[in-house]
Design a protein. Structure first.
Length: 482
């Protein structure tokens, strides 16, 4: 478990942000001891009233800058927390930003949508309480279960799956191929003179070109949350690497590879709205110093990132990321450079392969094993589909035993999918009331590609998968057809 909470999957198929670690206990301002200990506690949250120096409660209030709603993290000494650890955690509570810590006070949140219990309650576990309108229930649930890998207890307001009718904001725009004429001064493109680029976070344009010149990064950033997070690198004019021709040639090549991919939409400062996220290809000749050891290991394919999704190289302008985290035209060269760079940093190949993988939740999505649905969830006797967690933008019925849906373009429609629909990104999400095989207004049928969905066989078990948006599941369970 990451002690600093939700690991954000910011640049998705290129790179998730570095797992935050607890800073030194003296970081930030001192924690204030609060006088009011009568705050309302959330339902079903873990509690301990035992006395003792470590048996205390503390909270950290902060703003979730994705949902733009207040959240509160609550700690107990029974889980091993101390005042110093709580203070340090709160100083980097969300995307490395500080919250407001208080000792002796439990969380009290207006309009709670649910409680997320993260980690081992006996070893630095904690709960997070999210707030907001009922329409935010699904987002809170998927953030908890998918990305924080926690256990979500929804508020009673979250029981339904009604359509909101609200216009979509910031929804995932499905991938497509963008074909454009070559820029002035560049060679003609390889597709009838045009440059054709997959518009997806795992996509790449033609070698030697810059992705942001041939695809819309604003679309790419709907597919993974983006936020600026500057990492500065000290400039040492006497650094011997600057005069090492081979090293600098490889660093320049790596930058070219990265900027030909959609990674540039978040990791090349001039191509982002407000600055690069974590690492920056434009941070000077030694920009590679902005890339952490863990990130390098993932980019080189020494830690798992296959669950992030990838195109076959033949559909991605020759760039392969089936075995590496960074799409590349030369897997061997990329892996060799990463090993040399990590060795220069004092990290052996054995240690490299043992580094924690980025964003393991992408693999967790695929490997998820659903349990049985509650009696009022699934495809009901009259053919109506019912779920929980709010309105949905995607829904699938699969054969029992199928892999769970994951990241597009290659994990989102696993073998065994018999019916799948999705809301058009310009249309509101849909809610309960639709029937199996029905495509609601503003939706599109993905499976079958044509024709009607196959009839369900009474007595057979099926898997219902519902997501509030791509890779944000809200209902995953098995039901028996009636």
């Amino acid at each position: 478990m990451n002690r600093s909470g939700i690991v954000v999957f910011l640049s998705g198929l290129c790179l998730a942000c570095d797992p935050a670690t607890i800073p030194t206990p003296d970081a930030g301002a001192p924690m204030d001891a609060a006088e009011d200990t009568s705050a309302v506690s959330p339902p079903d949250a873990p509690r301990s009233d035992a006395p003792g120096d470590l048996m205390f409660v503390a909270r950290c209030n902060y703003m979730n800058t994705f949902s733009m709603s207040a959240e509160c993290r609550e700690y107990e000494g029974a889980a091993g927390w101390s005042a110093a650890l709580v203070e340090a955690d709160c100083m980097r509570v969300f995307l490395g930003r500080a919250g407001t810590p208080a000792l002796g006070v439990r969380c009290s949140v207006d309009n709670p949508v649910g409680v997320c219990a993260v980690g081992d309650p006996s070893a630095l576990g904690y709960i997070t309480i999210s707030s907001g309108p009922a329409s935010g229930c699904g987002a809170a649930q998927s953030a908890c279960e998918t990305f924080a890998r926690g256990r979500f207890t929804p508020d009673a307001r979250c029981a339904g799956c009604e359509a909101t009718g609200e216009p979509p904001v910031g929804v995932f725009i499905p991938p497509y191929v963008d074909c454009r004429p070559a820029r002035t001064g560049e060679l003609p493109g390889l597709t009838d003179g045009e440059v054709c680029t997959p518009t997806l976070i795992s996509g790449s344009t033609e070698p030697g070109r810059r992705y942001a010149d041939y695809a819309d990064c604003n679309v790419v950033r709907t597919q993974r949350p983006y936020y600026p997070f500057e990492v500065s690198v000290p400039v040492v004019p006497a650094d011997p690497r600057l005069t090492d021709t081979t090293y600098m040639r490889d660093v320049a090549w790596l930058r070219t590879e990265a900027e030909a991919s959609a990674c540039a939409c978040c990791h090349s400062a001039s191509r982002t709205p407000d600055g690069a996220s974590i690492w920056d290809t434009e941070a000077g000749p030694l920009w590679v110093d902005t890339v952490s050891d863990e990130a390098l290991a993932m980019l080189g394919g020494f830690t798992d990132s296959g669950g992030f999704g990838f195109y076959p190289s033949a559909e991605n302008n020759g760039f392969d990321r089936s075995n590496t985290g960074l799409p590349t035209t030369d897997v061997s060269r990329l892996r060799a450079f990463v090993l040399r760079e990590l060795e220069r940093r004092g990290v052996t190949e054995t240690e490299t392969r043992a580094l924690a993988p980025f964003a393991p939740f992408f693999r967790d999505l695929i490997n998820f094993s659903p349990l049985a649905c509650d009696a009022d969830v699934g495809v009901l006797a009259d053919g109506t589909i019912a779920w929980r967690g709010g309105a949905a933008r995607g829904l699938a019925v699969l054969e029992a035993g199928s892999a769970s849906p994951g990241v597009p373009p290659n994990w989102d429609l696993p073998v065994g999918t018999i019916f799948a629909i999705a809301a058009d990104p310009t249309m509101p999400a849909f809610g309960c009331g639709l029937r199996y095989g029905e495509v609601p207004e503003g939706g599109r049928q993905r499976i079958p590609l044509s024709g009607a969905a196959p009839a369900l066989v009474a007595g057979r078990t099926y898997y219902l998968y519902v997501e509030r948006d791509v890779i944000q599941p809200i209902t995953r369970c098995t039901f028996v057809a009636q």
